[in-house]
Design a binder for this molecule. Structure first.
Ligand code: ACO
Ligand code: OAA
Length: 370
């Protein structure tokens, strides 16, 4: 038995949800470039769950369900108020999503109907939890979700308590489309491993949030912003990046396990970053990002991934840095739950082997002699 470090290149399951073939990403066979330009996040969530794009009445019904299910149980809000004020935002989301299960009488109902309803409910409630957490830590009351609006609109509305700007809603909606699913990424794999024991959907999504939090995965978008802040201005980019590369420090937002010639989502986020920069009259973050890209690609051949330009996009939308990864979770909840439903449909316990590298032929030494 020989282990493959990080399971690189190992095909661990079949899936009909999203594919990455020759660098092209599709959801249910539709190119991400097409979806990014022509579909809303609600249409994409429907596509991931049901395998086809919704017609108008199916879409209206889903938006209605999201609105009706978006309020979270009062007990969960009460708990959020007890979290320490400096709680990590992804830790808060992980704990809050786990606690949603305590208030859902159908949490352990494994019927298909109950599980799809829980997927819709989780998708509706995750934005509410994040916005409530962000407000509570600032000493503000949570804002109740609105009915009949998009998830992007509702999130910005619940975060600020103000009607959001249409440009911001459009940009966030497109970012949600781009992050919705990505084949067997680490967090989706974690979700599938958890539910393959026939554990419940809340456990699967809680596992996934834990995996997304790390800076090698979803946490990279926040880490990119930390880097941009450290660099401070375009003039500092070159010495900063050269020093990091010389010391073999990873540049966050670059590289990818599967894409070696570039992440097809990054160009959309780059365009958004440029357009939002122009619109707000502040191109500095965009220009710094382009300069970083030139240096990292020039010297290492590494291309930006989905996390790189999302940092400048979200900052231009005035979203606090530590909510970037939770926003990724808002979007990826659709993919996680689609994969969980797919795993239940054709389940087998996921239990690989390990290549043993420890000592052999050892004996128990009596404790007094150790
Ligand atoms: C949504 C997402 O999850 S997208 C990914 C988000 N993560 C990041 O942006 C973090 C930065 N990137 C990375 O750490 C990696 O590129 C990963 C985790 C995305 C992929 O990792 P792997 O496929 O395991 O590649 P691995 O880490 O082995 O890197 C291969 C080589 O490229 C180098 N490398 C990879 N990424 C980077 C980077 N961002 N900056 C500098 N060097 C890098 C590694 O140091 C390694 O070099 P070596 O062979 O000389 O030791
Ligand atoms: O697929 C991966 O390894 C990481 C990624 O880009 C994602 O989850 O969107």
């Amino acid at each position: 038995m020989t282990a493959t470090k990080g399971l690189e290149g190992i095909v661990a399951t079949t899936s009909s949800i999203s594919s990455i073939i020759d660098g092209v990403l599709t959801y249910r066979g539709i190119d991400i470039d097409d979806l990014a330009e022509h579909a809303s996040f609600e249409e994409v969530a429907y596509l991931l769950w049901y395998g086809k794009l919704p017609n108008q009445s199916e879409l209206d019904q889903l938006v209605k369900q999201f609105g009706e299910l978006a309020a979270v149980p009062a007990g969960v809000i009460d708990q959020l108020k007890l979290y320490p004020k400096d709680t990590n935002s992804m830790a808060a989301l992980r704990t809050a999503v786990s606690s949603l299960a305590l208030y859902d009488a159908s949490a352990n109902d494994m019927s298909k109907e109950a599980n799809i309803l829980k997927a819709i409910k989780l998708q509706a409630q995750i934005p509410t939890l994040i916005a409530a957490f962000a407000r509570i830590r600032e000493g503000k009351e949570p804002v109740a979700p609105k009915q009949g609006v998009s998830i992007a609109y509702n999130f910005l509305y619940m975060l600020t308590g103000q009607e959001p700007d249409q440009v911001a809603v459009k940009a966030l909606d497109q970012a949600l489309v781009l992050h919705a699913d990505h084949e067997l990424n680490a967090s989706t794999f974690a979700a599938r491993v958890t539910v393959a024991t026939l554990s419940d959907i809340y456990s699967g999504v809680t596992s996934a949030i834990g995996a997304l939090k790390g800076p090698l995965h979803g946490g990279a978008n926040e880490a990119v912003m930390v880097m941009l802040e450290e660099i401070g201005s375009s003039a500092n980019v070159e010495p900063y990046i050269n020093e990091k590369l010389a010391n073999k420090v990873k540049i966050m937002g670059f590289g990818h396990r599967v894409y070696k010639n570039g992440d097809p989502r990054a160009k959309h986020l780059q365009k958004m970053s440029r357009e939002l920069g122009k619109l707000t009259g502040n191109m500095e973050l965009y220009e710094m990002s382009v300069k970083i890209e030139e240096l990292v690609t020039g010297q290492k051949g590494l291309k930006p991934n989905v996390d790189f330009y999302s940092a400048s996009v979200y900052t231009t939308l005035q979203i606090p840095r530590d909510l970037f990864t939770p926003i990724f979770a808002i979007s990826r909840a659709s993919g996680w739950t689609a994969h969980i439903l797919e795993q239940y449909e054709n389940n087998r316990l996921i239990r690989p082997r390990a290549e043993y590298t420890g000592p052999v032929d050892q004996e128990v030494t009596p404790i007094a002699q150790r």
